[in-house]
Design a protein around this ligand. Structure first.
Ligand code: FEO
Ligand code: CA
Ligand code: CA
Ligand code: CA
Length: 640
């Protein structure tokens, strides 16, 4: 569908600023405005938007020598680069100077886990340090902890199952805020830190936007429908131009035990009778029993806004962005200053969304923009066969979204986003994961894989999702008509992932450079490199179409030439997910999730080191998700 790709790129090249460029503009304004402006918090989102030497360097975009595929239980990086483990699961975040240490036998208590980094690191962002915002040697790292492996979390796994274990599992979820500092070439967590924070699956939150307080969000414990507890399955993330972090609730439905006969709404959201994948939280925390608390699942599936500069702030679930198995949330700004939030829903045959704020972003940081994401219009994408696409408004009363079709009001449209999108005829995608935007204004979305595409009684191929049994995944991209709030767009495929050595012709793909499969994490750095992180599932890795791919990896792409080069390979059983960098581009932080994962995705507590012993490699250890610091030995900009 690349018919008019060249023309579009030329004609629109200068029209759309991405968030990095807008941030640079704001930064220049702020520097002129002096330190008073810095106190507004507008400096915070500039993290990751390198300026000066990093951004203006000439020469090829990709300057490193690629690494080969790997099946070593290690992180490998190119020649001239170093990888340092900074923040593994169980390390104290620094709430006090006397936080308990990680116990390698898994015997930390729930209360201790509430002071420590959670499991399964995912989306991450480096925020400029509140006190030294111009420094690239200190800042706040905010990161997601997607889920927990209860086989690894507790000393005896799930052999016994207690309320204390459920509390510990809930405490291993959510978000961590840590203060970090480069001390003589080695990055460390600052402890204690006034900004250190743990947000878990039980932290009190609130709702904002049209569905706040809706009858479908009310429960016995919260009759007003305004006080949800916790955030779950936080996968990808995003940042706002006013300095806050967006964490996304992905596969929340699997935490719930369903009723014997789920209704149509519950069925559409994947709730099934019983405990579908064995989290067993409902056995000791009845709010996860949806047969007793049917509205509790409606209180998850939101994008949650967190202000890392204000550790006592209450996280807000932004209902205007719609309820979905949100993978991530990526913010762009229109020329008029309105926020546009892109988000994919990672589930087979689900959708891609964008929200356009009613109002422009105001100066004054998080306080001035505290309700910006509560007012605006949500759209869902339809990709047409002619290389064009439309954003379809999810607005009550418009088209089929009426009371007669089961939508009493806008709140119900937002809670039942999937049903509304079904009625509008949105395009069913191959598991949309992360979204990011390049310097020319193209918006990219990873479509990680979809083995069901074209199967019996399943949707067949379509122009946007062109492969049956899409085991390798692909990356789609589009450019909006005019500006990011445009209602139409032109789209094409950036790459169909795959392995040229495969016999199955339709899995080979068209990668220019190093082969990869199952793209998931996606992040554009300040120089315009598109970083791609892979998540081949452990049950499929090394087999069939994935037999030549080694372990999961991170690759760098040049969006202009399409060249893709492998930069990092992860340890056994991991996925690589989440990347961010300091403003000078000389330190990159990458998350390694679930090293040691077995095909069942639950570790055997009797043999925790069977698959991996990364990163500690201790004889009595257990694999731990961790943030890794990537530096160049010569101190240069990453990727050059
Ligand atoms: Fe949590 Fe879609 O990966
Ligand atoms: Ca993901
Ligand atoms: Ca995974
Ligand atoms: Ca994934």
């Amino acid at each position: 569908m690349a018919k008019d790709y060249d023309r579009m790129e030329d004609s629109n090249r200068s029209s759309n600023l991405n968030i990095h460029e807008v941030s640079d503009l704001r930064r220049r304004t702020l520097i002129r405005g002096g330190l008073a402006a810095a106190a507004t918090g507008l400096l915070a989102p500039l993290a990751g938007c390198a300026t000066g030497g990093a951004a203006s360097r000439s020469g090829p975009l990709l300057g490193f020598k690629s690494v080969p595929v790997s099946t070593a239980d290690a992180v490998t990086v190119p020649e001239g680069y170093t990888a340092q483990v900074l923040a593994p699961w169980g390390e104290a975040v620094g709430l006090s100077g006397e936080d308990p240490a990680f116990k390698f036998d898994g015997s930390n208590t729930a209360a201790e886990q509430e002071t420590q980094l959670g499991m399964h690191h995912d989306g991450i962002h480096f925020f400029r340090h509140p006190l030294t915002p111009d420094s690239s040697n200190a800042g706040l790292l905010v990161m997601n902890h997607e889920y927990a492996d209860d086989g690894l979390l507790h000393a005896d796994g799930m052999a016994t199952w207690t309320a204390a274990k459920v509390r510990k599992s809930q405490a291993a979820h959510g978000v961590s805020v840590i203060e970090v500092e480069n001390r003589g070439g080695r990055w460390e967590i600052v402890k204690p830190s006034p900004w250190a924070r743990r947000i878990t699956a039980s932290t009190p939150m609130t709702f904002g936007g049209p569905a706040a307080g809706h009858a479908l969000l009310q429960t016995r414990a919260d009759a007003r429908g305004m006080r949800p507890l916790g955030t779950l399955n936080n996968c990808g993330s995003g940042i706002t131009p006013w300095g806050t972090y967006l964490t996304c609730e992905e596969n929340f439905i699997f935490y719930f035990k369903g009723p014997e006969q789920p209704n149509a709404h519950e069925t559409r959201w994947g709730l099934r009778a019983g405990d579908r994948i064995g989290y067993r939280w409902h056995e000791h925390d009845e709010r996860f029993d949806a047969s007793r608390h049917p509205n509790e699942p409606n209180r998850f599936g939101w994008v949650v806004e967190i202000d890392p500069n204000n550790p006592s702030s209450t996280p807000v679930k932004r209902t205007a962005l719609g309820r979905a198995a949100h993978e991530g949330a990526t913010v762009a700004l229109t020329k008029s200053g309105r926020a546009v939030v892109y988000s994919g829903e990672d589930a087979r045959f689900e959708y891609i969304y964008k929200f356009v704020s009613r109002d422009a972003v105001k100066p004054g940081g998080a306080t001035a923009n505290a309700t910006l994401l509560d007012h605006g219009t949500l759209y869902v994408a339809r990709f047409d066969a002619d290389g064009r696409g439309r954003w379809l408004p999810l607005v009550h009363g418009s088209g089929p979204l009426t009371a007669a079709n089961g939508f009493a009001d806008q709140g119900e449209v937002l809670i039942k986003t999937r049903q509304a999108s079904d009625l509008l005829g949105a395009t069913k995608m191959d598991r949309p994961e992360w979204i990011d935007i390049d310097k020319a204004g193209w918006v990219y979305c990873t479509l990680t894989n979809n083995s069901n595409r074209g199967g019996a009684n399943q949707p067949g191929v379509d122009p946007a999702n062109p492969r049956a049994n899409n085991s390798m995944g692909h990356i789609i991209r589009w450019k909006e008509d005019g500006d990011f709030d445009g209602l139409g767009f032109a789209w094409n495929h950036f790459v169909l992932a795959g392995d040229p050595k495969l016999e199955r012709v339709d899995a080979k793909g068209n990668v220019k450079g190093d082969a990869f499969a199952c793209p998931d994490g996606l992040w554009t750095d300040a120089r315009g490199v598109l970083w791609i992180q892979t998540d081949m599932s452990t049950s499929a890795m090394g087999r069939g179409d994935l037999q030549n791919m080694g372990y999961n990896a991170m690759l760098a792409a040049d969006p202009t030439t399409g060249e893709i080069r492998r930069f990092l390979t992860g340890p056994a059983g991991c996925e690589v997910t989440g990347a961010t960098a300091t403003p000078d581009g000389r330190t990159m932080f990458v998350n390694i999730q679930h090293p040691g994962e077995s095909p069942s995705e639950r570790s055997d507590p009797a043999a925790p080191r069977r698959v991996s012993n990364w990163p500690d490699q201790r004889p009595d250890g257990r694999p731990r998700s961790a943030t890794v610091v990537i530096r160049k030995a010569d101190g240069g900009v990453i990727g050059t």
